[in-house]
Design a protein around this ligand. Structure first.
Ligand code: SF4
Length: 282
């Protein structure tokens, strides 16, 4: 592989819209506003971190971890969005505790007789991407478990996000990344555990489809090649990327760069709506 390595999620950004990838991954523009989506992402990250330390039998304080992350975001110049986001933060802290408890209590359902052999393994050749858990099943086959923390039970977007999880390329790209490491354990199943407040977790499996993964692997390498060619000529990159013509995310929301792009990428718009945080390249 030439150039830098790229994670499946970065490749997916590029496939959704090259300009989206350019804005987020090259210009490193992230929305100034912290909304429910960002809180949900931080909550999921926190619960995954807690569970990782829990199985390593190391001490952890999830609320402190979440609070520190949130304060670091605010210190970068980000602000809460208007519609009750700040007031919702205590609820998120309670949800973190509830989800972690639910994850532990439901272990017999989602782990069964399986054995956890890796937690948050970092795959350097795949842009340092991580999987939540890798499990060896009694059959000797492997399974990836992806933990999803929901802000609300019965969210109207749940059906859409479930379909994206089960049928989208990321469900298969992460097992594909693991399988490319030539380890004896081969991933055959991707399991999603949806944690919902006040409800039993929903567990959904998708079987890894060899033909699909071969196709995605080819598409992934095409994307890696395109990104590395673009990055070799940064001065002309902005003129060589394409746009998604609809500007709507797969979840049905307007793209976060909608105003900026539709207003001709006015630098004033960028200053007003986004902050820039340089990422460490791999
Ligand atoms: S608004 Fe449209 S063109 Fe701009 S980044 Fe989003 S999807 Fe791409």
């Amino acid at each position: 592989m030439i150039g830098r390595t790229i994670s499946p999620s970065e490749a997916t950004d590029f496939q959704f819209c090259q300009k989206f990838w350019y804005n987020r991954r090259h210009l490193c523009m992230i929305p100034q506003k912290i909304g429910y989506k960002e809180l949900a992402a931080m909550m999921g990250q926190t619960v995954g971190w807690m569970y990782d330390l829990h199985i390593r039998q190391e001490p952890f304080d999830g609320i402190e971890y979440f609070t520190t992350n949130l304060e670091a975001q605010l210190a970068c110049g980000r602000q809460y969005d208007y519609n009750g986001v700040e007031e919702y933060v205590p609820k998120v802290k309670q949800l973190i505790l509830n989800h972690f408890k639910s994850l532990c209590e439901s272990e017999p359902r989602w782990l069964g007789d399986g054995k956890i052999i890796a937690s948050e393994p970092v795959m350097a050749m795949w842009g340092n991407s991580r999987q939540d858990l890798v499990i060896e099943l009694p059959s000797g086959k492997g399974m990836v478990v992806d933990i999803k923390c929901k802000l609300k039970a019965d969210s109207p977007k749940f059906a859409t996000s479930r379909d994206i999880d089960l049928n989208g390329n990321q469900a298969q790209m992460y097992p594909l990344a693991w399988n490319s490491l030539n380890l004896p354990l081969k991933i055959k199943v991707m399991r999603f555990v949806y944690l919902q407040d006040g409800r039993e977790p929903i567990i959904e499996d998708t079987i890894i489809n060899i033909k699909r993964t071969e196709r995605w692997l080819q598409a992934y390498h095409n994307v890696v090649g395109q990104i590395n060619i673009l990055e070799a000529h940064p001065e002309s990159m902005a003129n060589r990327i394409t746009e998604n013509p609809y500007h709507i995310t797969p979840w049905g929301y307007p793209c976060e760069y909608l105003n900026y792009c539709m207003q001709g990428e006015n630098p004033q718009g960028a200053l007003g709506e986004f902050i820039q945080i340089q990422r460490v390249r791999t």
